[in-house]
Design a protein around this ligand. Sequence first.
Ligand code: 3HC
Length: 373
Amino acid sequence: MSFSQIGVVGLGIMGAGIVEVFARAEYQVFGVAESALAVDAGKSNLAKSLARAVSKGKLSQEQSDEITARVTFGEDFALLADCDLVIEAAPEILSLKLDIFSKLDAAVKPSGILATNTSSLSVTEIANATSRPAKVVGMHFFNPAPVQKFVEVISTNHSDGEVVSQIVEIGNSLGKHLARISDQPGFIVNKLLLRYLNHAVQILDSGQASKEQMDAAMRELSGYPMGPCELLDLIGIDTCVEILKTIHADTQLEIDEPATGMVKLVSAGNKGRKSGSGFYDYSEKLEIPTDPNQDIKDQVHNDLLIAYLGDCIAMAATGYATKADIDSGMKLGCGLPEGPFEVIASLGIEKVRAAQVELSERTGIATYQPLSV
Ligand code: 3HC
């Protein structure tokens, strides 16, 4: 099957980013959202992203116009009828996704593949909302979708192997690096990333460090492109809370319960960049001051890094994902300068294990203990 027409449902930051990725790769794209307002927001997200590329000299105005011309926006699912692949990028609410998939099932031609960009929800449950579960997969992009080069391809027990291979082929045509994973809450990257982000807010809630100290620590001492609070604001704190709820329902571990600081911000409507404020205020250009308190930065950096490395070791040791996919996911999905197993190789596994024991004993949290395999 050759793919030429691609549909995207949901035109928030992720949906509009996915539209851009496909339109840049010369696919004919149909972007659908539930209201005229949401369609306008999608158009404006695409226009802003292309204007940024033009202003940086990465695209000519002519190329930007060609990309825009490949996209048709609208509110009607009938626009998607002839699409070979439709990707859903709606908010992380299962009932909403189930409703969208049952509508897609009715609207899209029977040979069309339906994919969800869910961050953590069960792709199997979503597939079950259709009459074509063999043609339903997860295709999980990272924010900003035009920048991050990693895509997780999630298959369920129903997925047709041929369909999964076609999705991998399409992903490659977008210039993305793909990893295949079975349907598990949080897949590879979000399972690791969200626990790390939650850990940061737990530290913040405990008063041990400020958000600025934590963000400075991870930027300065590990070279991360963003600190945890900045990243929570980028992803959307509401989305992060929803992902954590799904992961927590699976693990039942206290450390996966969404941290109070996040829940409170969401209740107050401070969802991050998309709502104008979250941990930080975005009414002006964000400038995070560098914090001179090196001891606090060293401590939070140690704690966040060691807990995260321990999770990566456990993920690989239990056969959940390969070390290579974990390294690629964290580097190409989140822009980290090194994959966790590269960090472990340079620190030395014995040093990491000793630090895990120290962290577990100091905090009283058994999950931080090294896995005995
Ligand atoms: N849309 C399109 N392009 C964008 C963009 C956007 N929203 N934001 C930045 N860019 C591009 C810029 O044009 C620039 O491109 P160039 O290198 O070709 O000139 C490049 O990205 C770097 O941008 P800037 O110089 O303006 O800014 P930074 O260097 O600070 O980078 C960043 C911004 C790319 C967002 C970087 O900080 C980063 O990688 N942060 C980590 C983001 C991350 O972890 N994402 C994954 C989150 S998890 C997820 O999405 C999964 C979900 O399920 C929750």
